[in-house]
Ligand binder design. Sequence first.
Ligand code: GUN
Length: 289
Amino acid sequence: MTARLIDGKALSDAVKADVAHRVLALKQQGLVPGLAVVLVGQDPASQVYVRNKASACEKAGLHSSVIRMEADVTEQALLDVVDGLNNDPAVHGILVQLPLPKHMNSSKVIEAIAASKDVDGFHISNAGLLMTGQPLFRPCTPYGIMKMLESENVPLRGAEAVVVGASNIVGKPMAMLLLAAGATVTLCNSKTRDLGAQTRRADVLVVATGKPKMVTGDMIKPGAVVIDVGINRTPDGKLVGDVDFESAKTVADAITPVPGGVGPMTIAMLLVNTLEAAERSAKHTVIEH
Ligand code: GUN
């Protein structure tokens, strides 16, 4: 058996086309959705992510601005920038690219972003709203994964879902979204005993550990749907996921490739979150012509 590939690139193109239509409708009301991305320092991976986010915005007709700050700026200087963006009516979404330099407290910076503009969905209020079943912004990667599962018609009510990796950015919000969809959710972490015993129970398996090829075919239930969040570069420059694709594809029913799976969906959902922030602000604003 060879697993069906879940094409995140094609789905992200469809999502972005829908965003572009809705952006046009907002523009006809005189409102241009705007995203502000703050990048502190020179981390090469972050530079690539930020460039991709800005370019995706442009293509879908959203306005984007990138605010670059030196790695040695004070935390207060960053908080002042965030405060300015919170009060800027042309900015509907604010994203502070992580990781931040070590001398900064990331939680404090994230909590300084207005929850109504927190398009990453990382603010403690947005995490709490998600946990209590009243989401405002869903974190982009898990949100994109839910869209993929939906587009593949993967049944979630009563399904066994196992999430490997319990980060605030992916694993924990992923567990909440799967739970809200009616799955029975197991959230594994780096201390989990006999990981394979957990993953082999999964009808839907989401792996977000940052450890290249750590989940192998023998850890997957035949017929499972496997979502690989990892993007790791091997010494010879290849991109690989957290799942060993070659062995997994002989067992799974469907699997996301790396690259071209989850990655493109994350950016598409950032556009959705920014658009929806602008749509909500339009409801609260009388636009003068
Ligand atoms: N760094 C890696 N992924 C992300 C993300 O989704 N949002 C932010 N703000 N920083 C990141």
